[in-house]
Write a protein that binds this ligand. Structure first.
Ligand code: ATP
Ligand code: XMP
Ligand code: GLN
Ligand code: MG
Length: 504
């Protein structure tokens, strides 16, 4: 039995799924227009969302909703939608509530077991449920008198606030109450069982077959490769592409870890020449990304052929799956992310995605259990197109060398000062701008280098990291003294949105 989460577009939908899993219950996120098997749902949670239920095109309950007879928790939009559909009244509120709100429980309810009468919750709404459907009772008010919680005590529990966010003091307790006391579920999700079952499944599917995997040395593809390796051993060939856009020492380090430490069958393809010649003179970021994606495909096609592979392993994780289900609906295209993601339609290989139901933090735990070194598991993310999107404008060897050296100094300094693991992602960007300086009484005219360090959770939003000035100072002096060609260092203080994390 699983906990099904209906995604009405909230920023926090994935967070609901994660908290539920942390509590020990298997959860899955689906869109309201997706088909599901209702017999397998142990509890249903409706997420929040940006729409207003009284608008004509607002998303509604799924077609299978009537067939589902179990208990339902509606959060924010989910609460408003249930109230509206069952004959209650939802209206624009006079004042919106964003952020911290104090609530008072006014009626005993199993969802509030072990929750004090007064506590702090996190809100993000402007609509309000003015009238509840018949049979419902208000169970908590906000201090300014709004209905923040209600239930019919049989099937439906409604919360106007977000129990899934950490700022809601007793949010986890409430979700735990819903799942165990109200729905009567027993914890059924742990990652050790996941590993054993997955290896068994992979063995059934792949034994006797030749399989290749795109290995970047990043967290996701590494864990996927090690898992498949456990299942089929040397019939797996991991393909690591050196496209000439990797960081200093990266090719050697990746080969050392996977070949020598983890004893995987891994080949490094030296594709520097073909990538760099295709990129020569190309200025437009999207064109650069497309060229790189295309070349990746060509390289993998060749490798699959020469190895006689029928299957390709990818490190797709659950947030990729949720995002791609959403995209194509009304999400604007900001940039083409290269995962080797375009592969499935264009190649004649079956795709194997052992991690497609796991979140990144779960992937990390699985990686640790599989004995992958900490240096890999806690590596900061690095984009498939590599340094090509960090040399702004046309890419050439000279610029790549400058950037490689500066990036190396940045990362080493962050490690030395204990900042590397505190920052979600840190890197240098070489700008196509020169600036005047003075070195030993001589005029200098060198490139400007930007440092980008961000705090984030999944990379969807980000803020620039508040690194102490003395650390920034050390980074700047070391780069200015140690990297020929860089004459000025600047720190990027843009959040995402409106900026993105990478500059291209
Ligand atoms: N240099 C490379 N050689 C082979 N495959 C690559 C390379 N770069 C990227 N890939 C493929 O593209 C996929 C997507 O890259 P992405 O950066 O999202 O994931 P990752 O590298 O596995 O993990 P992380 O998000 O931690 O960097 C990788 O899982 C890998 O399959
Ligand atoms: O595998 C990848 N292929 C790509 O093409 C790509 N572009 C950006 N990124 C990484 O994604 C996160 C968000 O980046 P943006 O804010 O720049 O979109 C950040 O972590 C970026 O490094 C990529 N990863
Ligand atoms: N976060 C939400 O679910 C918001 C619901 C609705 N759009 C409101 O503003 O009240
Ligand atoms: Mg990566």
């Amino acid at each position: 039995m699983k906990v099904l989460i209906l995604d009405y577009g909230s920023q926090y939908t994935q967070l609901i799924a994660r908290v539920v899993r942390e509590l020990g219950y298997y959860s899955q996120v689906v869109q309201p227009d997706e088909d599901v098997d209702v017999s397998d749902i142990g509890a249903l949670i409706l997420s929040g969302g940006p729409a207003s239920v009284y608008e004509p095109n607002a998303p509604r309950l799924p077609s299978w909703f009537e067939a589902y007879k179990g208990k339902v928790l509606g959060i924010c939009y989910g609460m408003q939608l249930l109230a509206h559909e069952m004959g209650g009244k939802v209206e624009p509120g006079e004042l919106a509530e964003y952020g911290r709100t104090e609530i008072v429980i006014v009626e005993d309810d199993p969802i509030f077991e072990n929750v004090p009468r007064e506590s702090t919750v996190w809100m993000s709404h402007s609509d309000v449920v003015k009238v509840l459907p018949k049979g419902f009772k208000v169970t908590a008010h906000s201090k300014n008198g709004m209905i923040v919680s209600a239930s019919d005590r049989e099937r439906f529990w409604l919360l106007q606030f977000h129990p899934e966010v950490r700022h809601t003091q007793f949010g986890r307790q409430m979700l735990q109450n819903f799942l165990s006391r109200i729905c009567g579920l027993k914890p059924n999700w742990n990652l050790e069982d996941f590993i054993t079952q997955k290896i068994e499944e992979l063995r059934k599917e792949l034994s006797g077959k030749k399989v290749i995997a795109a290995l970047s040395g990043g967290v996701d593809s590494s864990v996927a490769c090690v898992l498949v390796h456990r299942a089929i051993g040397t019939n797996l060939r991991c393909v690591f592409v050196d496209h000439g856009l990797l960081r200093k020492n990266e090719p050697e380090e990746v080969m050392d870890v996977f070949k020598n430490m983890l004893q995987l069958n891994v080949v490094k393809i030296d594709a520097r020449e073909r990538f760099l010649s295709k990129l020569k003179g190309v200025d437009d970021p999207e064109k650069k990304r497309k060229i790189i994606g295309e070349e990746f495909i060509r390289v993998f096609e060749q490798e699959a052929k020469s190895y006689g592979a029928t299957h390709l392993v990818q490190g797709t994780i659950y947030s990729d799956v949720i995002e791609s289900a959403k995209s194509g609906k009304k999400t604007a295209a900001i940039k083409s992310h290269h995962n080797v993601g375009g592969l499935p339609e264009k190649m004649d290989l079956k795709i194997v995605e052992p991690l497609r139901n796991l979140f990144k933090d779960e992937v990390r735990i699985v990686g640790e259990m599989l004995g992958i070194p900490r240096s890999v598991i806690h590596r900061q993310p690095f984009p498939g197109p590599g340094l090509a999107v960090r040399v702004i404008g046309p890419v050439d060897e000279e610029k790549l060398d400058i950037l490689r050296e500066a990036d190396y100094i940045l990362i080493e300094t962050l490690r030395e000062t204990g900042w590397y693991e505190k920052i979600w992602q840190a890197f240098a960007v070489l700008l196509p701008v020169r600036s005047v300086g003075v070195r030993g009484d001589r005029r200098a005219y060198d490139y400007v280098l930007a440092i980008r360090c961000v705090d984030s959770v999944e990379g969807m939003t980000a803020d620039w990291s508040k690194i102490p000035h003395d650390v920034l100072d050390l980074i700047s002096r070391r780069i200015l003294n140690g990297v020929k060609g860089v004459g000025r260092v600047v720190y990027d203080i843009s959040s995402k949105p409106p900026a993105t994390i990478e500059w291209e």
